[in-house]
Design a binder for this molecule. Structure first.
Ligand code: HPA
Length: 271
């Protein structure tokens, strides 16, 4: 694994004039437009990077972008890998591990999620303060990669509390409600049944989605501080549940995108 990670890293360094990003960003479903705010220096297709998985979801474009956001050097995954696409957990987190080898100091993650907390509404943003992993595996299963991190990584503060606080201030200054809550990851790809939504709500989750947790676990294993935000694309409470199609999720994500982009940009400015 380390050899594969190093080969991918070398390829990237050779093709970006050894661009050294400070921050990593992973963009979720329908949330790719943050890239428009970036002064792009290099853009590599996943398909060209050795050992990189290739995205199969049409709404994800599959490029690793290097450039400046708010004057800081970033690397952005435009399109991520999901467990439901058939990748192993090691494949899902491969790019995050490469980010670490490229020198990334903090990770920013976005996703589209279903709202379980009845106080939420569609197109609102929720800063993730903690998570529950209900995916059937995780990227640390198997022999520990000691070069990356410890066998039993601590998970008592998965999401950086200082960045959560900073994000709340940014939203307050911009005059919009930024929610906080617990994200539960499920394998997907089907959306949940009514009984499953009720269960997820009862075990303490505020939003549900099919991504993020594996990448965050891999980042925390390597000691990288994480900030993550969900865009609530559909409400899943008993009174507001309705049939969901991808087009609705993309529409809700597009509506929330400018606010999400602003938070990540302002947050990066403050690091
Ligand atoms: N469930 C799981 N994943 C999701 C949902 C949902 O309701 N909405 C957007 N991603």
């Amino acid at each position: 694994m380390m050899q594969q990670l190093q080969e991918a890293t070398s390829y990237i360094q050779n093709n970006t004039n050894s661009f050294a990003p400070e921050f990593g960003i992973i963009l979720g479903t329908g949330l790719g437009a943050l890239v428009n705010d970036i002064e792009i220096a290099y853009s590599l297709s996943y398909a060209d990077i050795p050992h990189f998985p290739v995205s199969t979801v049409e709404s994800h474009s599959g490029r690793l972008i290097f450039g400046e956001l708010a004057g800081r050097k970033v690397v952005v995954m435009q399109g991520r890998f999901h467990y439901y696409e058939g990748y192993s957990m090691e494949q899902v987190v491969f790019p995050v591990r490469v980010m670490k080898l490229l020198g990334v100091k903090k990770l920013f993650v976005s996703n589209a999620a279903g709202g379980l907390n009845p106080r939420f509404s569609t197109s609102e943003l929720m800063v993730i303060t903690d998570h529950i992993n209900l995916q059937p595996s995780n990227p640390l299963i198997g022999k520990n990669i000691d070069e990356l991190g410890p066998r039993f990584p601590d998970m008592s503060e998965v999401y950086d509390e200082e960045m959560v606080r900073q994000a709340m201030v940014i939203a307050e200054d911009a005059n919009f409600d930024l929610r906080e809550g617990v994200y539960v990851s499920v394998p997907g790809p089907m959306l949940e049944t009514k009984a499953e939504y009720r269960y997820l709500s009862q075990i303490g989750a505020d939003a549900v989605g099919m991504s993020t947790v594996p990448e965050v676990i891999a980042a925390r294993h390597m000691g990288i501080p994480v900030f993550a935000v969900s865009v609530i694309t559909d409400m899943c409470t008993p009174d507001r549940i309705k049939k969901v199609v991808l087009a609705d999720i993309l529409e809700a994500a597009a509506k929330a995108e400018p606010r999400m982009t602003m938070i990540i940009r302002e947050l990066i400015k403050q690091q």
